[in-house]
Design a protein around this ligand. Structure first.
Ligand code: GLC
Length: 445
């Protein structure tokens, strides 16, 4: 048994992970599994770069926005350079010939959680003395607003102030049990088999990855988007996947708040963003909150039902300051009762351990993620739950120090778990990036 091997994690080691994952303009999440630039990863990475390489921090964001479509959509992956080590690549997405897509960079045709509004706002303190920051902000600010406008205008069919996601990869929590019922009931009689094309399950332990049956469904959705020419109205009319997600909408609110602050700093009119935001905050509390269980749940627009599964995304309204103090208290009860089996568990499991779909080793079905922990830390601190917040910070740092900069971690303590706790991709950029933010910036936001 490997027993608690403490790796000497120095800040230099962590910076080196980001340096080694740098590819002339952008940072990849991890060389083995993710060889391109990912959307919300780029946000967390840019934040860390703002502490030690400010030119690069701006370049990271600029490169992500090179992939932005004319309608404002910010893709989930920018394929800046060719790499055959990933599936599905540009040949599957077929976005290059679209009228709307970026003409300078190939990309996927779906998006990811909108983090840039709050990320740029958190970068502001460190960056404001950089001679090019203001000019940079003036250029990037309208692009982030255009992304939010795209979401409000194209992903909110009932004008509720809540935007929907059209693929599990848009959620950021790709393998969450929230999507199981959709994939189980999906008609795949015309779907193609893609098992032989996959790379992910050959690069890391296949038992920790989604099944081939799941991948068939993920690609079937993309084939449908291609058939619809990525027209959102056609997709909304014909796709089985239409979900209003708690994490995604909470990120939108947090980023709206970030944009409002930055817009004021730039002397811009922010009324449009304030109006969006008020509506979304209210709608999250009206539609996602369940009083009986004291928790926030995603909503499936296709079947017009809540998805009654407790996952860590349900805590994200804390990060965005959406919950009332009573709601925050109920969330805390859920955190301690359902997300840690005993006090030796690491916070915060990505799925409640009392859910039938809980699995401590499968990604987004149980393992701890450093980005979720970082957002939860800020949320709990904001509501005054300092002790639990500090515990989450300590757990996050300890996991990275003891096991390395992995993509996700088994929440169980050794003894209950196998030796291996760090899982998925190694030398993972956002785990390094947010550890650095924990160290360099004590300010709660
Ligand atoms: C995984 C995560 C997703 C992340 C991507 C790249 O697919 O689920 O959120 O953006 O890896 O790191």
């Amino acid at each position: 048994m490997i027993d608690e091997i403490v790796q000497q994690t120095s800040l230099e080691d962590l910076k080196n992970i980001l340096n080694n994952n740098w590819r002339d303009g952008y940072t990849i999440p991890s060389a083995r599994l993710y060889p391109f630039q990912w959307n919300w990863d780029a946000g967390f990475i840019a934040l860390a770069l703002s502490y030690f390489n400010q030119d690069r921090a701006m370049e990271e964001v600029e490169f992500m926005f090179k992939s932005q479509w004319d309608n404002g959509m910010l893709p989930h992956i920018a394929f800046h350079k060719q790499n055959d080590n990933y599936f599905p690549g540009p040949d599957i997405w077929k976005t290059d010939s679209l009228k709307n897509s970026s003409k300078s960079v190939s990309s996927t045709g779906i998006t990811q959680p909108p983090v840039f509004g709050f990320i740029l706002n958190r970068m502001q303190d460190q960056m404001q003395h950089h001679s090019e920051w203001r000019q940079f902000l003036n250029k990037i600010f309208p692009k982030v607003v255009a992304f939010h406008r795209y979401l409000y205008e194209n992903r909110d069919p009932h004008q509720e102030g809540l935007v929907y996601i059209q693929h599990n990869w848009e959620s950021g929590t790709d393998n969450s049990p929230l999507w199981d019922h959709i994939f189980e009931s999906m008609d795949v009689s015309n779907a193609r088999d893609v098992a032989h094309l996959r790379k992910d399950n050959k690069l890391v332990d296949a038992s920790e990855r989604p099944t081939n049956e799941n991948y068939k469904r993920y690609i079937h959705l993309i084939d449908l988007f291609v058939a619809c020419d990525y027209d959102d109205a056609s997709i909304a009319a014909s796709s089985p996947f239409l979900v209003q997600d708690v994490l995604f909408n909470s990120m939108l609110v947090k980023s709206n708040f970030g944009l409002i602050e930055l817009g004021k700093y730039l002397n811009l009119d922010v009324a449009e963003i304030e109006n969006w935001n008020k509506k979304t905050v209210q709608a999250i509390n009206n539609k996602f909150w369940d009083e009986t269980t004291g928790f926030y749940y995603a909503f499936d627009l296709r079947i017009n039902k809540r998805i009654p599964i407790k996952v860590s995304s349900g805590f994200m309204p804390l990060f965005a300051g959406i919950a009332s103090t009573d709601q925050a208290a109920s969330l805390l009860i859920n955190l301690t009762n359902s997300f840690m089996k005993n006090d030796n568990w690491y916070l915060c499991a990505s799925c409640a351990f009392d859910e039938p779909s809980f699995n401590p080793l499968k990604y987004w079905r149980g393992p701890v993620w450093i980005n979720v922990n970082w957002m939860l830390y800020h949320g709990l601190s904001y509501y005054g739950y300092t002790e639990t917040a500090e515990r989450i910070k300590k757990d996050s740092m300890e996991l990275v120090e003891k096991h390395g900069c992995y993509e996700y971690f088994d929440p169980r303590p050794l003894g209950e778990a196998q030796d291996k706790r760090g899982i998925g991709a190694d030398l993972f950029s956002w785990s390094a990036a947010l550890y650095l933010d924990f160290v360099y910036n004590n300010e709660i936001f």
